[in-house]
Design a protein around this ligand. Structure first.
Ligand code: DAT
Ligand code: MG
Length: 131
């Protein structure tokens, strides 16, 4: 399998709830390599740009509001098949339906407040890392 880079974000709900350490532990135990990491507060415009593929969806405004509601931890990850592996570790989008053992299942609350982001495909990973 080839070495890839992907973007992870610990979202405002998980930062607020004090789950940064637990989620970083999952990353280190995977193991995925942390290449860069930063605590940032996104403004609404940056959140909208980041999620531009969803512009026009009914949940878009709430999503941008939520993503800019508090600090997030943005993490550049690297590892073998990192894109698919990270997606597997985080679980399905709806945290309420995500199985125990997945990050969203263990630390998320709902479809919107789902604790973490992960790039879904290589093309999006490239955009998100540059972002
Ligand atoms: P994922 O984050 O699993 O890649 P996505 O790209 O379909 O999911 O959606 C991006 C984010 O938008 C998701 O993490 C939470 C929010 N979202 C998606 N579908 C939603 C819905 N039906 N209601 C509310 N928020 C939603
Ligand atoms: Mg997505």
């Amino acid at each position: 399998m080839k070495t890839e880079r992907t973007l992870a974000i610990i979202k405002p709900d998980a930062v607020q709830a004090g789950h940064i350490g637990h989620i970083l532990t999952r990353i280190e135990q995977a193991p995925l390599r942390i290449v860069a990491m930063r605590l940032v507060r996104l403004d609404r415009e940056s959140a909208a740009n980041f999620y531009r593929e969803h512009a026009g969806r009914c949940f878009f405004n709430d999503l941008c509001q939520y993503m800019s509601s508090g600090p997030v931890v943005v993490i550049l990850l690297e590892g073998e098949g990192a894109i698919a592996r990270w997606r597997e570790m985080i679980g399905p989008t709806d945290a309420a339906a995500a199985p125990p053992g997945t990050i969203r299942g263990d630390f998320g609350e709902s479809v919107q407040n789902n604790a973490v982001h992960g790039s879904d495909i290589a093309e999006h990973a490239r955009f998100e890392i540059n972002f």
